[in-house]
Design a protein around this ligand. Structure first.
Ligand SMILES: Cc1cc2nc3c(=O)[nH]c(=O)nc-3n(C[C@H](O)[C@H](O)[C@H](O)COP(=O)(O)O)c2cc1C
Length: 208
């Protein structure tokens, strides 16, 4: 199953365009494999609250590593309410073989809508081994190797470290459309051609 998430606050979005191209290609190559779509910007998941942290602490304290046993942690009405938010989100993740995330870079990192989803579905020592993550991203500037802002990229670095370090997923692919701001920011309008090249390469990669 392909779980497809989008996190851009806007509809006419480059990360949405890239993720939709990837999803169309994947679905054509895997007919009948299943597909679930979730728009984290249009239908935001709530931030975690205190009862969620109690679920988390119980799972850690009782060394529950089997995801199918997490519900044991929901003992009070408030905890059961918190679990009712987590369960459908986590079921989708567990059922997925590929998790595709369309996301912009916001303030050198990821949108809070995506972070809220990650916070909801992540528990201590939780492995998602055997799955793949694909991140289709758009950013206003350029952050590739050798660029002046390379070290400011806390979008790819954060997600890569998180997926590898916490979920133990090695198969992580990033597709970036860069310099999107060259379309609107007069001070970098001269980089428009570089942006067009970056976008064309990203669309090609997404369709592969
Ligand atoms: C709130 C906000 C913060 C942004 N922060 C950054 C940033 O730190 N670095 C950057 O290169 N672009 C930044 N941008 C530009 C976006 O990354 C760019 O517009 C991108 O295309 C957004 O993705 P989308 O087209 O999928 O909506 C920001 C845009 C917004 C709206």
């Amino acid at each position: 199953m392909l779980l497809h998430l989008d996190a851009s606050a806007r509809r006419a979005s480059f990360s949405r365009r890239l993720s939709s191209v990837y999803a169309e290609t994947w679905r054509a190559a895997h007919p009948g494999a299943g597909y679930v779509y979730r728009d984290l910007a249009a239908q935001p998941v709530p931030h975690i609250g205190e009862a969620w942290t109690e679920l988390c602490d119980h799972i850690l304290e009782h060394e529950i590593t089997d995801i199918s046993r997490y519900q044991e942690a929901a003992r009070t009405p408030a905890q059961r309410e918190a679990w009712a938010v987590v369960k459908p989100l986590l079921d989708e993740v567990v059922a997925a073989r590929v998790i595709l995330i369309g996301t912009p870079m916001y303030n050198y990192s990821i949108p809070s809508a995506l972070k809220a989803w990650l916070d909801q579905i992540t528990f201590p020592k939780m492995s998602l081994e055997g799955r793949s993550f694909v991140v289709a991203s758009a950013r206003g500037g350029a952050y590739g190797p050798g660029t002046p802002r390379e070290s400011y990229d806390h979008q790819e670095r954060y997600l890569r470290d998180f997926f590898r370090g916490h979920f133990r997923v090695e198969d992580v692919t990033f597709i970036h459309a860069e310099l999107v701001n060259a379309r609107i920011d007069p001070s970098i309008a001269h980089l428009r051609e570089q942006h067009e090249q970056s976008l064309a390469a990203a669309l090609k990669e997404a369709a592969r």
